[in-house]
Ligand binder design. Sequence first.
Ligand code: GLP
Length: 272
Amino acid sequence: MPAPSPTRSLDLDGTSVLIFDDSAAACLAAADQIAELVRSTVAQRGKAVLGLATGGTPVPVYKGLVEEHRAGRLSFGEVSTFNLDEYYPMSPLDPQSYRTYMHRHLFSQVDLAPNRAHVPDGTVPESALEAYGASYDRWIEAEGGLDLQLLGLGRNGHIGFNEPADLDTETALKLPTRPVSLHPTTVADAAGDFGGEALVPRRALTMGTASILSARRILVLAFGAKKAEAVAQSLTGPMTAQVPGSLLRSAGDRVTWVLDPEAASQLPGVGG
Ligand code: GLP
């Protein structure tokens, strides 16, 4: 079955924005693009390196990739993956860990080598966190950088766990992988997963903007009315550390936004 086509495409200052009928169609199209990128990159240079995201948004994308794999059309045999983030502290075996999420939705379902599936380690001792973050960036570099980074968007505009910050833009574009504190909006949004706000870890490890923005392609997925403001601010507001999604504009035409009509509703010329 051919992948769904967008119902509208916009070019916002060189960034491509694709709007689909609904999130299901958008996720199928995203899975198709990722599968195609893996096939062509492996054909060209013998391997592919993917940056992966968690959250509710990409779950159907992983389902689509697993289906492609089961149908014999996609192998992860030559793929390495680097996830964006992990709560801290967090055991990889904890049901709420992003490692568990990835195991459930992708890693256990495809032929990806366990030693090539990287998720930031939420058990690293406090004193080694900065050094661990720097190593994570070096591992990505040693693999030749990310061929594709898959991203979701927080309600507050965060990417990975790069939260809104009081930083000058130049610094915000070059942040390393590092320990961070979660923004109150992020803690509130995670409350459902943890059985209450009080149980949400207040800290995390996140891939930094430097590695994210160096990816050769970046696919950003955002769905639903609750993301509309962050989407509009990211795409049309000032480029600022206060809206981490806006920093993606520095990656120009390497970025594609994949939206449903609700998430796109506050973009110029789209809302009704
Ligand atoms: C989470 C993750 C992000 C994710 C975002 C949106 O906190 N750290 O990587 O993109 O928030 O989550 P969701 O897709 O569930 O809306």
